[in-house]
Design a protein around this ligand. Sequence first.
Ligand SMILES: *Cc1c(COP(=O)(O)O)cnc(C)c1O
Length: 381
Amino acid sequence: MQINQPTISTNGDVRPTYAEVNLLRLGENLEAILTKVKPFKVMLILKANAYGHGLRNVALHLADRVDYLGVAVLEEGIFLREIGIKTPILVMGGVWSNQIPQYIQNDLTLTASSVERLEQIDQAAKSLGKKARVHLKIDTGMERIGVHYYNAETLQNATLARCGNVDVEGIYSHFANSDSADLTHANLQLERFNEVLQFYERHSLPTPMRHMANSAAVLQIPESYFDMVRPGILMYGVYPSQECIKSIVVKPVLSWKSRVVYFKVVKPGHPVSYGSIWQSDHLVRVVTIPVGYGDGYFRSMSNKASVIIRGQKYSQVGRVCMDQIMVNIEWGTAYNGDEVTLIGESGEERITVEDLAGWADTIPYEILTNINTRVPRVYVK
Ligand SMILES: *Cc1c(COP(=O)(O)O)cnc(C)c1O
């Protein structure tokens, strides 16, 4: 399975529409996080093509500087092993039983989210003559995967009783609302997780490695650091939400660039693009940019987005097409080949992932993870 093979043309230049990933900034963001959470460990979250930044290059750049890597699905973990990553890797998603042997063969840590799953993992490990490494997943208030906090003992007991081929290395939970200003629910989840952890003290057992904090909790809830934290979006220089306390300074890692490929003058009363939802009442210059919803530039941003050309912000007009957008430069200047900034800085102007999320009525996470593989990633150091 190919996870991150951007379409870079083989004979010369890359496509004019590309995402620039600044590895230096990525490293600086990681340093800022490491400094803040010291002495606790860090599991770097690399799911969804490293939040759109390119799994291969982000992993190769950072894997040696962290204690653990976290991905969502088995195939992401296998991909990391295939490119030679030796750092421990936790697959955080639910386990599909038929795939269990592949986790074990690739030395990936499984998430055990029920007694049944734990036993299946134990059986599979036994058949392979290996030990499976697992982290128990406790649901403290997300109602996604994981055993409910009020039933956690059944899972904890099962690990003791009859799972000789399983090494329970960790135990973890996940916040539903750590990014809001009101941390009532997050604190409730924290309290529940702490209660679940008392099991080990009560039974005088060693406590597995505990972890709970996503980016928002790293920023806002130091009591949730436990043994290890799991930052994702913050690493990439984007804050989890607007209300979140920005207790660590990070800077955006990704810029999205394109170029003007067409220029025309549009007369009043001549609507632009599909559905004819936009037209000018005066003569304007309109340029075409080769990016569209087929690249992850969402159609829902139609008539709302802006881009930067020659240091000036201009409005995208008419419907976003699959492969192209049109921009009204009024009577400004732009030539074929001029750089267009879709996300990033240019001159005095700046367009953020948060801006796009606002125009598309979504969150920054969805913008980043949808910049698809048709958009080449270019890495700068
Ligand atoms: C995605 C994810 C994270 C990281 O979330 P951010 O908000 O990007 O920091 C941490 N833990 C789990 C279980 C996740 O699924």
